[in-house]
Every structure is written in structure tokens, then in C-alpha cells.
Unconditional design. Structure first.
Length: 502
């Protein structure tokens, strides 16, 4: 049987990406789990077009909440084309009934225990509507199918060593998605780290751990890192800030080639941290914690969120200064998002603060889907955009690069520079986070043109022509199904469509 595994995406920046940094591990992991005897392809919509003219017998789509429109459009179209379809991932896990309207089958939870059954059932054309994957021990997992990855990714070597997280931050769905804290056998992780069949030297050198919190079990982390020392890799991961007090662990991280940690710092306001249930982040320790990583030449990437109840527009925008003051090398700034399966969503639902008129496109980390306490949704959006632009202004970007030249190891400096330039270039070229409201308008524009009987030309303009005579279903979303999934139907494209017809 031929299987296409598609990892759905929807542009989060106005002009898409010029270059894409790291792939998700999900698609190539699912491909590796596929029983032998099947031909598998992995397509990342972020970097490649979805082939509707595929000869696949089964199309499996993985998606996060923010990319749901894209995934559902695909599910509908593939079903029209007579393909068997199956959905999975964080959104399908928490909204299985909704996903079932667009796919033949929905897998909730983790795939390890059910994927072989899904494939078997698809082979005999007997897919069940739902498959419930429960968490299992992580022993014996195969190495991801790196050979199936598009060459478009800059750092393709992604590995997962652990699953879950012992913390329970109110905005995070990890405790619901990957319950329990589990580790893979170190030997098996090292096998994946040792893989090096990549074309470029940095792709062989750099390993990115896609763990929720790799260092949650210190004894496990120490064993893994000690055994990675002779492998001479450069590696990055997510970790929680509490490890900054464990000098032995940090020394081992340095020795084994750690060049970057992503810390979920989230806020500089103790009240916001309390709302986030982020007790392991004391604000007074930020500076010292960052310094501990820098003393070992490790780059500190850090995530910040705007929109907690005690936040104001001013406090959100001022985070740019605060993150510079504590010495963050690469900032990531998001809008608080009430994902299903989180304590935050339960609270906002109880308080009637979810903006029910807003679709899942508002759940991409860059848009507002709830009523904030101290400002309007539009004010929160504006504050986030100001924070984003200020964080990646030319001055701040160059300053961070100059500082990291002094305090980071060569690998960490290279990585920090690449990431800062990546986001700095977006700011300079005004390739800003996209407003979901704008997306809606573009869709409405297309719908108007469709109502006037001009849809075919517009669909052709954006690369969605009928496939083998089958028209795309009404759910097809022009902002995501265009070439590489990145081209929106801009006003000028709409004008072009209209002009061509008139
Ligand atoms: C690595 C990671 C990233 C990476 C890579 C992105 C990616 N798409 O993987 C980066 C850093 C880029 C990232 C960014 C973001 N992320 Co992220 N990320 C993760 C993380 C930590 C691990 C995911 C992972 O690789 N797990 C390992 C793989 C093997 O497991 P998996 O993907 O869960 O897949 C398993 C099952 O879900 C299932 N499955 C999944 N898909 C399918 C499909 C089929 C057909 C089947 C059968 C089964 C199946 O089977 C798999 C094996 O068991 C998760 C947390 C988590 N625990 O899930 C958050 C998580 C996925 N991210 C999240 C968010 C919100 C984001 C951002 C929007 C954050 C932001 N504010 O900017 C951005 C989005 C940008 C983007 N381009 O994707 C949320 C998503 C919540 C939701 N409901 O959608 C999560 C769950 C964390 C959270 N805070 O709750 N992220
Ligand atoms: S520490 Fe990170 S992964 Fe763990 S619950 Fe909090 S946000 Fe989620």
C-alpha cells in the first residue's frame, strides 16, 4: 500500500518563510512506525506542495490546532478524490468529533499502539471511525525516517529522548497529550543521535531534541549527556529553568556539546507566573540562571507570552527591554492561547471569555482567541505586534549577535546568529506575524468572487485547479492550499483575478 503522511501547516507570517529551520519529528516518526511492506512518503506542507494527484491509498494528516483549516481542507479534498484518510495529532486528540467530519478515521493520543492497526484496516478498506492511542513505554522505537525528509530544512536532525513533563503549566496541553513522564532507553537515543546521512556538515553536526523537557529526570539526562560526550555533536533542547542550579548537569551539557536551551520563561510578572502555574520560574533568578548557561557558552532561547490576566499593553511591550536585560539570546514571543485540554481554557470557558466567533486560525500562537482581563482583544494583538517588532528590531538583533559573539561557544554563536538573522530579516522585510482577521477577509474576498462565478480563475491563480476533474470542496481554504501552502489570496491577487475576467 502507498501511504502519504502530511504534516499540515498554515502560514504564520505575512510572506511565509524564506528558509525553514527545523522539521517536526512527527511525520518521520510515524513513517518509521509503519509496518514493513508499504511505501511511505512524508510531506511537510510548510516547505512542499501537497500532491492531490497522488497515487497513495491512504493519506494520514497530522496537525496542531492553528493549522486545522489547512488539514480539514485536505481531508475534504482527498475524500472527494476517493482516498482513505486518517487524522491525528494534538487537535484531533481533543476534538475527535470535529475531525471526524473531515476524515474517515481519527486517531486520538499517541500512535505507537494503534498505527499498525490503522494501516492494516486501511489495507482491507475497513478503517474504523476512531482509534484510541494510549501512552506506552518508549522502548524499542525505530529511528525516524530521516531519509524521507525534504531537503528544505536547515537543521534536519531531530530526535526525541523523553515524553511528557512533570510540571503542569495552565496554558500547556502537554500533560493532557503525553500523560506521565517517560524516557527512551539511552542506547536507542544514541543510535538516533549517531545517524549522520545528511548532505551538509552542520546537518551532521547539529542534533535538535524535540523533547518537552529533556532534563526533567536529572539522572537520566546525566547518563545520556555523559554518553554523548565522545560523539562530538552540537545539540539543542527544551528544558526548565530550575536546571540552572545544577552545576554538574550544566557542565555535562557543555561537555557533551549543548549549544542551546529553550526555556519557557513566559513572563516577568509574578502574578502572571502564578496564573501560568509556573512555580519553577522565580523572576528574581532569571538573570543568574541565564548567566549560568552563558558561563558554559550555551545560547539561551526563551519563550514569552502576552495576555495573562495581570498583563497590560505596557507590561507586554516592556518585555522586550526585560528580556534584553536578563541576557536572552533568542526571544520567542507569543499570545496566550486557550488550547483545548488546558486548565487555562477551562477557566476562560467558565468565565465566558472564549471568543466563540473566532475559529481555530486564531490558535496559531500569534492571534487572540479570548477576552483578556485588562485590555480588548485588539489591544492585546497590537501589544504583541509591538513586542515582536521591538524584539527583532535591527538594533536589538545586532546587539544580541554582538553580545553572543563574546559569551557563547562557536556552535552556540553560529546558531544564535542564524536564528537572530532569521527573525531579524523578517522584521526588516515587514514579514510580520499574520493577523487571523486578515485571513478571514482574504477568504471572504475569494468567496465573493466565487459567488460571482469567478472562482476557477482565482483557484487557478493560487494553484488549486480541479484534480482529475474533481473540483475542490467548498471548504478549500485559498490561504493554505496554494503553492507551498504559503501564498495567501492577497488583495492584489484578487484584483488580478477580477481584471482577468472583466
Ligand atoms: C517540538 C514542538 C515544536 C517544534 C516543532 C513543531 C512541530 N510541529 O512539531 C517548534 C518549536 C517549531 C514548535 C512550535 C510551535 N508549537 Co510546538 N510543540 C512541540 C512539542 C514540544 C513536541 C512535539 C513532538 O515532536 N512530539 C513528538 C512526536 C513524535 O509526537 P507528536 O507530534 O505528539 O505525535 C504523536 C501523536 O500526537 C500522534 N500523532 C500526531 N500526528 C498524527 C497523525 C496521525 C495520522 C496519527 C495516526 C497519529 C498522529 O502520534 C505521534 C506518536 O505518538 C509539543 C508538545 C507535545 N508534547 O506534543 C509542542 C506543541 C505541539 N506545540 C504547540 C504549539 C502551540 C506551538 C506553537 C503554536 C507555539 C507558538 N506560540 O508559537 C508553534 C507553532 C509553529 C509550528 N510551525 O509548528 C502545542 C500545540 C497545541 C495544539 N493543540 O495545537 C503543543 C502541544 C505544546 C503546548 N504548549 O501545548 N513546537
Ligand atoms: S514546563 Fe513546559 S512542557 Fe512542562 S507543562 Fe510547563 S509549558 Fe508544558
Amino acid at each position: 500500500m502507498k501511504i502519504d503522511i502530511v504534516v499540515a501547516y498554515r502560514a504564520r507570517y505575512r510572506k511565509g518563510h524564506f528558509k525553514t529551520f527545523v522539521p517536526p519529528i512527527t511525520g518521520i516518526h510515524l513513517a518509521a512506525l509503519t509496518p514493513p511492506g508499504h511505501e511511505v512518503r512524508v510531506i511537510h506542507q510548510k516547505v512542499e506542495s501537497v500532491n492531490y494527484d497522488t497515487d497513495a491509498d491512504l493519506v494520514a494528516v497530522s496537525f496542531q490546532t492553528g493549522f486545522t483549516a489547512s488539514a480539514y481542507a485536505m481531508g475534504d479534498m482527498f475524500r472527494r478524490l476517493g482516498k482513505q484518510t486518517v487524522a491525528g495529532g494534538p487537535h484531533a486528540t481533543f476534538s475527535p468529533d470535529e475531525a471526524a467530519r473531515h476524515f474517515d478515521a481519527v486517531v486520538t493520543g499517541e500512535a505507537e499502539g494503534v498505527w499498525a492497526e490503522v494501516v492494516r484496516d486501511a489495507e482491507s478498506h475497513r478503517l474504523k471511525p476512531t482509534y484510541k492511542g494510549s501512552p506506552r513505554p518508549l522502548d524499542g522505537l525505530p529511528a525516524p525516517r530521516y531519509d524521507l525528509l525534504s531537503r528544505a530544512f536547515f537543521v534536519p536532525h531531530v530526535v526525541q529522548a523523553t515524553r511528557g513533563c512533570p510540571f503542569s503549566c495552565s496554558f500547556c496541553s502537554v500533560p493532557g497529550i503525553n500523560p506521565g513522564w517517560r524516557t527512551r532507553p539511552v542506547d536507542e537515543v544514541l543510535r538516533d543521535v549517531a545517524y549522520d546521512n545528511f548532505p551538509h556538515w552542520w546537518q551532521r553536526k547539529v542534533v535538535w531534541f524535540w523533547d518537552d523537557n529533556l532534563t526533567a529526570d536529572r539522572a537520566y539526562a546525566k547518563e545520556l549527556f555523559s554518553r554523548m560526550v565522545p560523539m562530538r555533536r552540537w545539540w539543542l533542547t527544551q528544558a526548565s529553568m530550575d536546571i540552572a542550579r545544577d552545576g554538574e548537569l550544566l557542565d555535562l551539557m557543555k561537555e557533551s556539546g549543548c549549544i542551546g536551551v529553550f526555556l519557557g520563561i513566559e513572563s516577568f510578572d509574578p502574578l502572571s507566573l502564578r496564573q501560568a502555574n509556573k512555580k519553577h520560574n522565580p523572576v528574581s533568578r532569571y538573570r543568574d540562571a541565564v548567566r549560568e548557561f552563558h558561563r558554559r557558552g550555551i545560547c539561551v532561547m526563551a519563550g514569552f507570552i502576552g495576555g495573562f490576566d495581570s498583563d497590560t499593553s505596557g507590561s507586554i511591550v516592556s518585555m522586550a527591554d526585560s528580556m534584553a536585560a536578563v541576557g536572552v539570546d533568542v526571544p520567542f514571543v507569543s499570545v496566550l492561547t486557550p488550547f483545548k485540554g488546558t486548565v487555562l481554557r477551562e477557566m476562560l470557558e467558565r468565565e465566558g471569555r472564549i471568543l466563540t466567533g473566532r475559529g481555530w486560525e486564531y490558535y496559531d500562537g500569534y492571534n487572540v482567541a479570548f477576552r483578556p482581563r485588562n485590555m480588548s482583544p485588539d489591544e492585546l494583538l497590537a501589544a504583541h505586534r509591538l513586542l515582536w517588532q521591538s524584539s527583532f528590531s535591527l538594533r536589538r538583533t545586532l546587539l544580541r549577535i554582538a553580545r553572543s559573539a563574546r559569551r557563547l561557544s562557536p556552535g552556540a554563536f553560529l546558531m544564535s546568529t542564524c536564528m537572530n538573522l532569521f527573525y531579524g530579516a523578517k522584521a526588516v522585510t515587514r514579514n510580520l506575524p499574520r493577523d487571523a482577521a486578515g485571513l478571514r477577509l482574504e477568504v471572504q474576498e475569494l468567496q465573493q468572487l466565487q459567488a460571482q462565478g469567478k472562482s476557477d480563475v482565482c483557484l487557478a491563480q493560487i494553484g488549486v485547479a480541479p484534480v482529475n476533474g474533481v473540483e475542490p470542496p467548498p471548504s478549500v481554504d485559498p490561504t493554505v492550499v496554494g503553492d507551498r501552502g504559503l501564498e495567501p489570496l492577497t488583495p492584489s491577487m484578487s484584483r488580478k483575478c477580477s481584471n482577468q475576467l472583466s
